[in-house]
Design a binder for this molecule. Structure first.
Ligand SMILES: Cc1cc2nc3c(=O)[nH]c(=O)nc-3n(C[C@H](O)[C@H](O)[C@H](O)COP(=O)(O)O)c2cc1C
Length: 213
């Protein structure tokens, strides 16, 4: 496909210098999330989460970031899903954000921990009712015979909880990624991009390292 082969773009929107970058990578991430939101990026909090399967292959999919604090990065899912099972066996994960218009990428690696019931209950209670019902109705990552089967499951769930609050399913909740490495990438002209890595040093402080693009 010729369009792919000849596709070229110069990156000119922004710069990322050590002197401007925040000392804590979570502050830097929150700055860039805010910029993406202001820029009108749809699903600006969408991130690609990679987990490792038992065959050693990485598996990636999008999930939505729900919290980014010094305690880590939080997202919610079905613990019985493929990703849930993989994270139970291997807590090491990778995360990637890409904000096209801002010419920015962030990569994070870390380990996941399941969140406590109280925190997951609170988040589940804040979700729209349809999403709450969906969490009960959909056996995430399992094979279905047809679209109709899913719609039937949703209808059965709707009937089951009619007139009641929908409780959190026991197999649904949050994970907190405890990050140990961040890379912030800012596109620059002539492929001389800015890449700043944050790592924890021997004194348990975050330090910044510039990588060649
Ligand atoms: C924009 C977007 C947001 C999504 N957010 C979530 C999410 O927060 N949690 C989730 O479990 N799946 C989310 N998904 C669906 C996942 O990408 C994936 O299809 C699903 O979790 C099943 O993945 P698995 O079979 O690898 O476990 C989202 C997909 C998209 C495209």
């Amino acid at each position: 496909m010729e369009e792919l082969y000849n596709q070229r773009k110069d990156y000119t929107q922004n710069i990322l210098l050590e002197s401007d970058a925040k000392n804590h990578p979570i502050d830097q991430l929150n700055d860039w999330l805010m910029d993406a939101q202001k820029d009108g990026v749809h699903d600006f909090n969408a991130m690609t989460l990679s987990t490792i399967g038992t065959g050693g292959y990485p598996h990636s999919r999008i999930v939505l970031l729900r919290e980014a604090t010094r305690n880590g990065l939080v997202f919610y899912t079905n613990y019985n899903s493929d990703k849930g099972k993989e994270m139970e066996l291997n807590e090491k994960v990778g995360v990637n954000f890409f904000w096209n218009n801002l010419e920015r990428q962030v990569r994070v690696t870390g380990v996941v921990k399941r969140m406590g019931d109280v925190e997951s209950d609170a988040y589940f209670a804040s979700r729209p009712r349809e999403s709450q019902l969906g969490a009960w109705a959909s056996p995430q990552s399992k094979a279905l015979h047809s679209r109709e089967e899913l719609e039937k499951l949703f209808q059965e769930t709707t009937d089951r909880f009619e007139g009641q609050e929908v409780p959190r399913p026991p197999y649904w909740g949050g994970y907190r990624i405890i990050p140990h490495n961040f890379e912030f990438w800012q596109g620059r002209p002539s492929r001389l991009h800015d890449r700043l890595v944050y790592q924890v040093d021997a004194d348990f402080e975050w330090c910044k390292i510039r990588l060649a693009p």
